[in-house]
Design a protein around this ligand. Sequence first.
Ligand code: FAD
Length: 227
Amino acid sequence: MPPAEAQEKHFLYADTDYHGTTGPISSVYSTEFGYSHQYWHPTLLNLGIKLNKSHFGGSNVGSWTSLTSVNPDARTRSYSVTGYYQPAASRANLIVLPDALVEQIIIEKVNGHWTGTGAMFSNRGVKYHARAFLEVIISAGSVQSPQLLEISGVGDPMVLQAAGVKVKVGNSNVGENLQDHMSKPEYISPANSVGFLILYKAFHVQPITLNSDNNDLRNLYRSSYAR
Ligand SMILES: Cc1cc2nc3c(=O)[nH]c(=O)nc-3n(C[C@H](O)[C@H](O)[C@H](O)COP(=O)(O)OP(=O)(O)OC[C@H]3O[C@@H](n4cnc5c(N)ncnc54)[C@H](O)[C@@H]3O)c2cc1C
């Protein structure tokens, strides 16, 4: 956690009951903030948007200062490769196939229940059938995970039958209800702050501000969100 003075000045709160204090992936507050940052939370509070000190606690309603996934000692990026892969890379029972494409999860009846028992995948032009000793974990993202389930026989029977897939487990929720969140970068000045309030109140779009008064960074963000 940052020093108490910085916590107060820049509103750097994280509920350690939810956020934790250790773990493979670091998530920390920046040590540098632009001059304007200290005025953000009081301004939002004046607009009726309360500070959420426990933004890892299940509700993301309100305002808070974002954490970043950075190793606080080395100031390097902290992510699945550094946190999980590299510490285990030398294990003989870990094989990573970066070019593999899973084509189907094998779902078979085991003791009368449809059970994931393996996966069919292709790697560099060769097809494989991997059997699972314990379980199959699908982590193909919010779009591809349900797609894999559907082509493997788990999903809305109407959708599966229309695609010629045998229904093994009927569940009409699979592949439905994806909701994207809107995002609206906003550079606050007295001239456009009213516009921001209207956007927030009317559409609940998420304001993004920069930690830096650096123009290059602003341009980078502008270009990355440009449509
Ligand atoms: C533009 C954008 C901005 C975002 N910004 C933020 C942010 O600021 N903060 C934040 O917390 N989150 C953000 N997110 C969300 C965050 O990226 C996701 O929640 C997170 O990456 C999900 O992780 P995941 O491991 O579940 O899936 P992914 O990261 O999507 O990983 C799924 C992996 O499975 C692979 N895969 C898919 N199908 C197959 C297959 N059939 N065979 C083999 N491999 C397959 C894919 O290639 C991919 O590598 C953002 C997302 C987007 C798109």
